[in-house]
Design a protein around this ligand. Sequence first.
Ligand code: PEP
Ligand code: MG
Length: 564
Amino acid sequence: MASGYAIGRAVLMGAAALEVAHYRVASDAIDVEKNRLILALNQAREDLVSLIDDLPADAPRELAALMQVHMLLLDDPLLSDEALSLIEERQYNAEWALTTQGQLLVEQFNAMEDEYLRERSADVRQVVERILHALSGSSAKSRLDDVCQSDEPLIVVARDITPADMIRLRDAQFAGYVTELGGPTSHTAIVARSMGVPAVVAMSNARTVIRDGDYLILDGQQGAVIVNPPPLQKAHYETLAKRYQEKREKLLQLRDVPAHTLDGINIQLMANIELPDEVTLALSQGAQGIGLFRTEFLFMGRRDLPGEEEQFQAYQSVVRRMQGLPVTIRTLDVGADKSLDGEATVATNPAMGLRAIRYCLANPELFATQLRAILRASAFGHVRILIPMITNMAEAQATCQMINTVRDELKARGVAVGDNIEFGAMVEVPAMAIAIEPFAEFFDFLSIGTNDLIQYTLGVDRGDSDVSDLYDPLHPAVLRLLATVINAGQRLNKPVSVCGEMAGHSELTRLLLGLGLTQFSMHPRQLLDVKQEILKAHTNALRARLAVVLNQAQSIDPDYLLGL
Ligand code: PEP
Ligand code: MG
């Protein structure tokens, strides 16, 4: 879940609807929007007619019949008229209206007993695709001007929202998200948090108990959703939301206060970002650097790959804006639940498959392009390269060699490259944490990715709501691995940070301080809550108390943490 409260109307969304832009058109732009859809329908009809006309004489008869079916669907008022009504009544943009209605028809066909009719759902999808294609040719005229700001907030309710969907939804200004799938550290939850809106994930029956247009209260603090609350409860939540906002504003006073513990230990607080524009938020919360730039989000939600120049611009803009503060750029971490668009995941167990550095080393061209872009950006500030999912020394060496080769090539061409680029590894596979010493010697710094470390240590899929109760950051095995890595870093004088979700949970701050952690990286919105905890903590006392519980077989009781 992501923090805060959202109060608004539910919008139920199917997968198809997620793949298009979402905005509500202003009242005086409704006719223009309806016209866009009508023109697109006409265009799609003309395309189909010419396809039918151009069919070769020897084409199978089924093909012609199928196209006639498409024509009937295209003209079916259940698709077109209803979509036009959604524009009129709900002020949806044409793409959103069309896919919403299309999904409804798909579901109706799917529910039919007759096999022939059931198969028509695929035809509905194809017809919707055809109309969408026509719509993409007529981009919404002055879209931003037409976007309606004043209406009631909307809350998306979906089975799942992939990270790529989230990227598409970033501009849509929804007030919150509810999903049926996902775990608390799934990428869906992480990206929802980066959008700065509350999200409740893993509410398995969400689309059964919530109907389109229901009034919802989303309590991101408790992970609760209230459907059609009575007026008193609504008023109560409006007060809570107001107080939450006031508390956030008050916390801003800590922005420039150094993060020192009571016994004078200096803690470095950095930000995790997914896209370059999040630097603004990171700076506004007093981040002392970017501890994790998840670059895969530049690659998602699109059909092509970003080239060297596009990536360079993105990295360079972050590096420049951080003005000499460290910027930790993590190389591409795709695979598992972060698949690139259009690439089917075929691995039987993607979390253990060709993911992250494994994927990059298997695709040297793509990797070299990214490394070139990062190295070029390093000339503009303090860049640290972070490698995800390193598991063995051979990967570490191969990566280091690639970086050196790319750097030499750039220098030979006279391209500027930074002098002090640091080379770091994510510690997120238990093997690496257990055998940490030689790895720590090899790298300049380490960053513990607790999201994956917990998943792989406990054998619990971080995105699977069925086992989310077993996903336990307080399991003694997890804590011992953290202690092992932090201690090794101290012995070998290599900086160690935590950049997984644990770092941003203020109720875990004292625990991490007690384990000796001095660098935290988290979502910018969590930074000041964590700083507040640091200012009240005494690390030596915490260390002594924690040493006792580390050897227990049981997970630490969350109540014990409160009393630490
Ligand atoms: C992690 O695994 O903790 C991490 C920070 O990386 P990601 O969440 O992107 O897998
Ligand atoms: Mg990870």
